[in-house]
Design a protein around this ligand. Structure first.
Ligand SMILES: Nc1ncnc2c1ncn2[C@@H]1O[C@H](COP(=O)(O)OP(=O)(O)OP(=O)(O)O)[C@@H](O)[C@H]1O
Ligand SMILES: [Mg+2]
Length: 332
């Protein structure tokens, strides 16, 4: 899976990157190196030195084409947030919004937000503080990180993209260095848990059945979840190369999601096959038509993905005449 880590040159971020690389993911890092360090970034990851608020962020996302994002970049110093709350908010709040905007444009499938385990709760008299304790941040830093969580939830609802927030408890290490070892091993466990969740999410993206059994069985599971009848005609002689299978799977998954959301269709046909060195994938519905890639990011994301494999994506969707999404991807 292609994963983009913001803040990947920082303390937690660089460990997340190391682990993702070790697990075989293709990792890109966006970091402005304000507190992060270039030497910390795993040599197998590509580093885009870029501020979240810069106009170049979209370019970095377009080049990286991430399937998932782990967002850690933030103004991370509590004292600085107290001294300069507007600066803090500009980095953490506006930066998070810039990441979510860029993520939407490249049709990211999952976002993991690394929040903070201490500052969002403020001073509590319940220790250890349970996750569902009311949040009463006592610093602008805590307010900004919490705002990021809320924006993420809202964005998840608006875009239909699954997200996950993890409140790590790292700041406490600084406050009680004596207990650091114990706290760090707790943090390591938490991180391992976070990565396990990330792997779960990755499996959601490339379901195990796709990697293990190929496109046709994977499509059956997709189709089984669709709320309207879907006819599948899969004519594949054996397996396709993994990138082609993944792209084809995405085409069907996005097109079916769109049919469910917009088409008001009574039936859908999914066809996959091979012809003249190409894998051909087609999803056709008999719904309202009028699909317009300019109105969203899903179809454009598919076109990018298919074009990245030297293929092409066609959308035929006259109003009233249903929608046909067709991808042709060369099989090397
Ligand atoms: N099968 C369809 N039938 C009717 N309209 C469609 C269909 N597919 C897409 N559309 C229309 O085309 C627009 C663009 O679709 P696209 O998948 O690119 O974006 P989206 O679904 O709105 O957002 P995203 O996929 O980024 O969550 C949709 O907003 C919808 O209006
Ligand atoms: Mg869509």
């Amino acid at each position: 899976m292609r994963v983009l880590v913001t803040g990947g040159a920082g303390f937690i971020g660089s460990h997340v990157v190391d682990r993702l690389v070790a697990d075989g993911h293709a990792v890109d890092v966006v970091d402005n190196l304000s507190t992060g360090r270039r030497e910390r970034v795993n040599a197998a990851a590509r580093l885009f030195v870029c501020d979240l608020r810069s106009a170049r962020l979209d370019g970095a996302f377009a080049a990286a084409r991430p399937e998932a994002i782990v967002h850690l970049a933030a103004q991370a110093a509590v004292p600085r947030s107290v001294a300069d709350p507007r600066f803090d908010a500009s980095v953490t709040v506006l930066g998070t919004l810039a990441v979510l905007d860029a993520a939407r444009r490249v049709a990211v499938r999952r976002v993991v937000y690394i929040s903070t385990g201490g500052a969002v709760y403020g001073d509590t008299d319940v220790l250890p503080t349970p996750e569902d304790h009311p949040t009463r941040p006592a610093s602008p830093y805590g307010v900004s990180k919490l705002a990021g969580e809320r924006y993420l939830e809202c964005w998840a609802g608006l875009t239909g993209t699954p997200t996950l927030t993890l409140r790590l408890a790292k700041a406490r290490v600084r406050e009680s260095p004596d207990a650091a070892e114990e706290l760090l091993s707790g943090a390591a466990e938490e991180l391992a848990h976070a990565l396990e969740e990330l792997r779960e999410l990755a499996r959601g993206i490339h379901p195990a059945v796709l990697t293990e059994h190929g496109l046709a069985p994977a499509l059956e599971t997709l189709v089984g979840r669709a709320p309207i009848p879907v006819a599948v005609d899969a004519n594949l002689d054996g397996r396709l190369p993994p990138p082609v299978e993944a792209a084809a799977f995405y085409v069907v998954s996005e097109a079916l999601a769109n049919v469910t959301k917009y088409a008001d269709a009574s039936a859908v046909e999914v066809r996959v096959g091979r012809a003249n060195g190409y894998a051909v994938v087609e999803v056709a519905d008999d719904g309202v038509g009028g699909a317009d890639p300019a109105r969203g990011s899903g179809l454009r994301g598919l076109a990018d993905r298919v074009e990245a494999l030297q293929g092409k994506l066609e959308i035929e969707s006259r109003p009233g005449e249903g929608t046909r999404v067709r991808a042709e991807i060369p099989v090397p």
